[in-house]
Design a protein around this ligand. Structure first.
Ligand code: GDD
Ligand code: MG
Length: 370
């Protein structure tokens, strides 16, 4: 079966991590998100995937090629201009030939797609929407169903007073392509505010498939560290790369860990990374490839992308570092701070409380302290 993945959108809420890296390429446990997603789709019987992108098509092509390395056929199709979620699929309608999966490209889930397809067929549905419970539906699309699962109301980004259920659109659809006759060609048109409300009026059968599978929209701020932690502690099925050298400690090739360093899992350490004398690496933590972690460094509950140099005595706790940063000796980065790419932080700085540094920021020694 074929699938369309929606990967437009600028990922603004995840800046500065998305300044240089498109949201679907952001690494989770050291793997570009889209790669792990494609592998999951392949393992659930999908053979051909169309990525509907809005910009940076070449970045996707360079990373994924024609998909053969992943055992899939991948097409990357760029929209002439933003077409919206339904318009993006309309734009690739000529490549579809029957029941099709459509995915929001920013959702990490281990939803059972085959069970959803069986449900879709059993109900004779035209559009089936996966549903997940959340605490606060105001950020999402609220979906009300009858007891047999038929959708009777769809309300995108509901106001607090309109909330009648905690079930929301989880961003995975199974669609019969004939419904695209309702979608105007070459225009901006959304599933959420356009097609779904229209289908409620036309009476085409539209069903909700509720599931308690793991589910997170990785595009929401704050979620990024949590998602990595969930993968490492095993809350979501996710194939972690590398081999295990201790309980929940995975390393890739060429990692060099000083014998006096202390490692407390769960940890993922990328290829070619070195960890210095008396360093303490406490999980859940991800360290990207090619990082150099100095002596007496402490890293706790953090995510580092590739090629970071962390000088002696630095402290990284509950923070994210993009790629190619230099963190000075005895500098601390803590409490949800996010450092973009190519930042150079001098010695003995203190960055905390959710501070975000844009790519290329430079700080001299003692520039920020308390
Ligand atoms: N190709 C393309 N073109 N993709 C798009 C476009 C577009 O014009 N607009 C959005 N997308 C992609 C985004 O990249 C993302 O993968 C997906 O469509 C959903 O867009 P978001 O901007 O992330 O929407 P949201 O998270 O606020 O809400 C959507 O997802 C929720 C679940 O995470 C809605 O579908 C909600 O109903 C849903 O609950
Ligand atoms: Mg989203």
């Amino acid at each position: 079966m074929k699938a369309v993945i929606l990967v437009g959108g600028l990922g603004t809420r995840l800046r500065p991590l998305t300044c240089n890296t498109p949201k679907p390429m952001i690494p989770l446990a050291n793997q570009p998100f889209i790669e792990s997603m494609l592998a999951r789709l392949r393992d659930q019987g999908i053979t051909e995937v169309i990525l509907a992108v809005q910009y940076l098509a070449d970045r996707f092509r360079a990373a994924l090629g024609d998909g053969s390395q992943l055992g899939l056929k991948v097409h990357v199709i760029e929209e002439p201009e933003a077409r919206g979620t339904a318009g993006a699929v309309k734009n690739v309608e000529h490549l579809l030939d029957g029941t099709t999966y459509v995915f929001n490209g920013d959702v990490l889930t281990d939803l059972d797609l085959r069970a959803m397809l069986a449900f879709h067929r059993e109900k004779g549905s035209r559009v089936t929407i996966s549903l997940t419970p959340v605490d606060d539906p105001t950020q999402f699309g609220l979906v009300e169903t009858n007891s047999d699962g038929r959708i009777r109301r769809f309300l995108e980004k509901p106001r607090a007073e309109d909330i009648t259920t905690n079930l929301i659109n989880a961003g995975t659809y199974i669609i019969e392509p004939e419904v695209f006759r309702y979608v105007p060609p070459a225009q901006f048109y959304m599933f959420e505010r356009g097609l779904f409300p229209v289908l409620l009026q036309t009476g085409d059968p539209m069903f909700g498939f509720p599931s308690r599978a793991y589910w997170t929209d990785i595009g929401k701020p704050q979620a990024y560290l949590e998602v990595n932690h969930d993968i490492l502690i095993g809350r979501v099925q996710f194939p972690i790369r590398g081999h295990q050298i201790a309980e929940r400690v995975w390393v890739e090739e060429g990692v060099d860990i000083h014998s006096s360093a202390q490692l407390v899992g769960p940890l993922v350490i990328g290829a070619g990374t070195t960890i210095g004398r008396n360093a303490r690496i406490i999980g859940p933590t991800v360290i990207g490839a090619g990082c150099q972690i100095g002596a007496d460094v402490t890293i706790e509950r953090s995510v580092l992308w590739e090629n970071n140099q962390v000088a002696d005595g630095a402290l990284l706790r509950f923070c994210v570092l993009g790629k190619d940063n230099q963190i000075g000796a005895k500098t601390s980065v803590t409490d949800g701070a996010i450092i973009g790419d190519q930042c150079v932080l001098g010695a003995e700085n203190r960055l905390e409380r959710g501070i975000r540094l844009w790519p290329g920021t430079e700080l001299s020694d003692h520039a920020i302290s308390f």
